[in-house]
Ligand binder design. Structure first.
Ligand SMILES: Cc1cc2nc3c(=O)[nH]c(=O)nc-3n(C[C@H](O)[C@H](O)[C@H](O)COP(=O)(O)OP(=O)(O)OC[C@H]3O[C@@H](n4cnc5c(N)ncnc54)[C@H](O)[C@@H]3O)c2cc1C
Ligand SMILES: *[C@@H]1O[C@H](CO)[C@@H](O)[C@H](O)[C@H]1NC(C)=O
Ligand SMILES: *[C@@H]1O[C@H](CO)[C@@H](O)[C@H](O)[C@H]1NC(C)=O
Ligand SMILES: *[C@@H]1O[C@H](CO)[C@@H](O)[C@H](O)[C@H]1NC(C)=O
Ligand SMILES: *[C@@H]1O[C@H](CO)[C@@H](O)[C@H](O)[C@H]1NC(C)=O
Ligand SMILES: *[C@@H]1O[C@H](CO)[C@@H](O)[C@H](O)[C@H]1NC(C)=O
Ligand SMILES: *[C@@H]1O[C@H](CO)[C@@H](O)[C@H](O)[C@H]1NC(C)=O
Ligand SMILES: *[C@@H]1O[C@H](CO)[C@@H](O)[C@H](O)[C@H]1NC(C)=O
Length: 611
């Protein structure tokens, strides 16, 4: 579980001589895809495989067992099993580990929109298993050398490069057709430091390999008596998209966001430099990586983050049903009061997570760090009195834990993976405190939530927190987080057995109707960049990055001058296009000499790579 990161002098020695790279002969602005003359030959892949000590994996999608062609591994029994594991609607009947199938595979991703049925278990066995949006090859990364080898190869052969950790991304950014993937998931190291020292922070910290999951990190630091900020979902990767894109947590009110915890990033830049970025060293890169979005500025090999002595935790859960009948409507009054009470719930570093459906308000976890059961009762008493006044029947339970670790295990576990379902269609909006504090605005917000859930197609999940008064390093987190009282996420569900068009229609209802309504009810706020539907039609630059966008773009262009890293709605992504064959192209107009020259491969930076 805890091998040490072996980053020593040998790497620098390896990287000492300058590199002569082949010119890109065809002068194209587009990356080569399968079938192009420039697509690497088998012997070239074999050479890359040698360079990375046999860690190159050619993609065989899991769904290949469900299709006769072209892999020739059709197996009906295996396919039936896979179908169960693939569709989260079956998970309640089996163990949660099933939800791991896409996480542990080098090139599978979770989101069905980007899986795009190119090779899934639900289409006909007679349809071919195609790579579609899957990477063609992955490097099972063991350290910075493999990352550099991958970058060098992608640049030299002019092919698309992607970074995959767990594959949770909602925008398909951890995959890409005809790409080489850097698969970071097996960098599972955790080095606990009791006394980390730096100009801005002295205290305990942990250096996490880029592949460490949330649940794995909880376990790793728990062994030493610490707790760490991580997501509510145990399978998300900490150093990947989570802390690079914000990162909400049960501990957000107490300690801030995931991005706020980072002390150091160890990163290989697309220009081929291995850098340490901290608030005082390569500070621009540190700033951008801490909240400016995953997969954009460089390849993170490890991140060093703050940890905190663990201690007692109290928890609660509250649920009440909608039993309204015409002429007797109290449920939505109860919900409106619930939102109004947010500021009172989040005192003393508390957070709350709840799910709202037409039928139920289910506050699955009320989290009180450092407190006891009496405190949970005190906290909730005024609100429960309101429910009593309305005549609403509820179930309220409490539980005391000796540590955050035990609390998380009780409410979100079992660790390491937890029980969070894979949500597939979603839109996460930050709810400003001023909205819930203003009765008119709050009523409008709750009306919006009501119309969202009323036909049963969507549910709302909110995380309630308070970041006021929390110090944090200067970073690229969207400022709207600091004034927010909650992140509220509209969720729709994918039907794997239905045609894609039906599912896309659900997405369109969300982005055309409900997302604009949520925006209108939360004016001037923003979104959580990691949890936005890819079809979102609002001003994504403003909503995801706000005032930080231009500065982030300048930093991206500085560290990724050859435009190696692209992700849908990532900073700089509007400078890319796909051509009619699906090639990823840089520049607004194809063949424009200015953008061509930018793709000409240049010498790597100060640290050189040579084999
Ligand atoms: C079921 C589910 C539950 C979730 N729960 C939470 C939650 O509780 N809290 C929360 O804040 N968010 C949550 N999210 C959102 C989650 O934080 C994002 O999807 C996040 O981007 C996942 O990061 P990853 O590295 O695990 O995933 P990936 O899909 O592998 O990567 C996400 C992005 O980061 C990039 N990336 C990954 N590794 C690296 C690296 N080493 N260096 C540079 N770039 C990298 C990828 O290229 C991609 O752009 C959840 C998502 C899902 C699907
Ligand atoms: C890379 O080499 C290893 C070890 O020789 C081998 O098992 C693997 O199949 C190779 N990968 C590819 C893509 O050929
Ligand atoms: C088909 O898959 C099942 C279940 O995974 C396995 O037990 C069986 O050996 C496979 N059959 C063949 C011919 O590979
Ligand atoms: C899914 O595949 C179809 C072609 O089969 C393509 O037109 C579409 O753009 C793909 N969608 C995504 C999200 O990749
Ligand atoms: C990836 O590499 C790790 C060692 O870092 C190894 O344990 C694992 O089996 C490899 N996975 C695959 C699919 O090759
Ligand atoms: C809230 O958390 C901070 C640390 O961020 C701590 O200093 C403070 O004492 C906590 N407040 C309460 C009431 O526990
Ligand atoms: C809510 O309804 C569900 C099922 O309809 C029921 O099991 C549960 O006990 C109800 N909860 C309360 C608090 O009434
Ligand atoms: C929503 O709740 C109301 C009140 O209980 C009920 O009348 C209505 O049928 C529900 N709608 C759906 C789609 O379940």
């Amino acid at each position: 579980m805890r091998p040490k990161v072996s980053l020593n002098g040998s790497l620098l020695a390896l990287l000492s001589a300058p590199l002569a790279l082949a010119e890109i002969s065809h002068g194209s602005t587009c990356r080569n895809i399968h079938g192009d003359a420039g697509w690497p030959r088998p012997y070239e892949w074999a050479e890359l495989n040698q360079t990375v000590n046999g860690q190159l994996i050619q993609t065989v999608p899991m769904g290949s067992v469900c299709h006769h062609e072209p892999f020739g591994v059709y197996n009906q029994t295996a396919c039936d099993e896979l179908r169960q594991d693939w569709d989260f609607r079956h998970w309640k009947f089996k163990v949660w580990e099933m939800g791991q199938i896409h996480v542990t595979h080098p090139s599978e991703i979770m989101n069905p929109y980007y899986q795009n049925q190119s090779c899934d278990p639900f289409t006909s066995p007679d349809s071919p298993c195609e790579l579609g949006n899957y990477a063609s090859y992955s490097i099972n990364v063991t350290g910075p050398e493999d990352v550099l080898a991958g970058i060098r190869f992608a640049k030299e052969k002019n092919i698309r490069l992607v970074i995959k950790n767990t594959g949770h991304d909602y925008h398909g950014r951890s995959s890409g057709g005809s790409s080489l993937a850097l698969w970071m998931y097996n960098l599972k190291t955790a080095e606990v430091m009791h006394h980390y020292e730096s100009p801005l922070y002295n205290g305990p910290a942990v250096k996490l390999g880029a592949g460490m999951g949330v649940g794995e990190s909880y376990m790793a630091v728990h062994e030493y008596g610490y707790r760490i900020v991580g997501g509510e979902c145990g399978t998300v990767g900490v150093a990947g998209g989570y802390s690079q894109g914000g990162g909400h947590s049960v501990l957000t009110s107490e300690r801030g966001l995931g991005s706020d915890q980072v002390l150091e990033w160890e990163v290989v830049t697309p220009a081929g430099e291995l850098l340490i970025a901290t608030p005082t060293h390569n500070a621009d890169l540190y700033w951008a990586l801490s909240g400016g979005g995953g997969g954009t500025y460089g390849v993170v090999v490890s991140s060093t983050v703050k940890i905190f002595p663990d201690g007692p935790f109290a928890g609660g859960a509250l649920v009440f049903n909608n039993t309204d009948t015409p002429g007797h409507e109290v449920f939505w009054k109860g919900v409106e009061l619930w939102y109004k009470y947010f500021p009172s719930f989040t005192v003393n570093n508390n957070t709350v997570q709840f799910v709202l459906l037409n039928s139920t308000l289910d506050a699955q976890a009320i989290n009180l760090p450092g407190q006891d059961i009496a405190a949970v009762h005190r906290l909730m008493a005024p609100y429960l009195a309101e429910l009593d006044n309305l005549g609403i029947i509820y179930r309220f339970t409490t539980e005391y834990s000796e540590s955050y670790y035990d609390h998380f295990n009780n409410y979100y576990g079992p660790l390491p993976h937890g029980a969070e379902p894979v949500t597939t269609i979603l839109y996460a909006r930050l709810v400003p405190r001023r909205v819930v504090q203003d009765p008119t605005a709050n009523a409008k917000l709750v009306d919006t939530m009501r119309s969202l859930v009323q036909d049963g197609k969507f549910l709302i999940g909110c995380g309630v927190f308070d970041l006021r008064g929390k110090t944090h390093p200067d970073n690229a987190v969207l400022p709207a987080w600091r004034d927010a009282q909650a992140v509220c996420i509209a969720n729709g569900f994918w039907d794997f057995e239905a045609p894609t068009a039906n599912n896309v229609a659900v997405k369109e209802e969300l982005v055309d109707f409900h997302a604009p309504a949520m925006d209108a009810a939360t004016p001037g706020s923003g979104v959580y960049m990691n949890e936005v539907d890819p079809l979102y039609k609002g001003d994504w630059k403003e909503a995801m990055y706000g005032v930080n966008y231009d500065r982030l773009l300048a930093i991206k262009n500085k560290y990724d001058p050859d435009h190696m890293l692209f992700g849908h709605m990532s900073v700089g992504s509007d400078e890319f296009r796909f051509d009619e064959r699906g090639r990823l192209c840089y520049g607004h107009s194809f063949g424009h000499s200015d953008s061509e020259s930018r793709l000409v491969v240049q010498q790597f930076g100060p640290i050189k790579f040579e084999l």
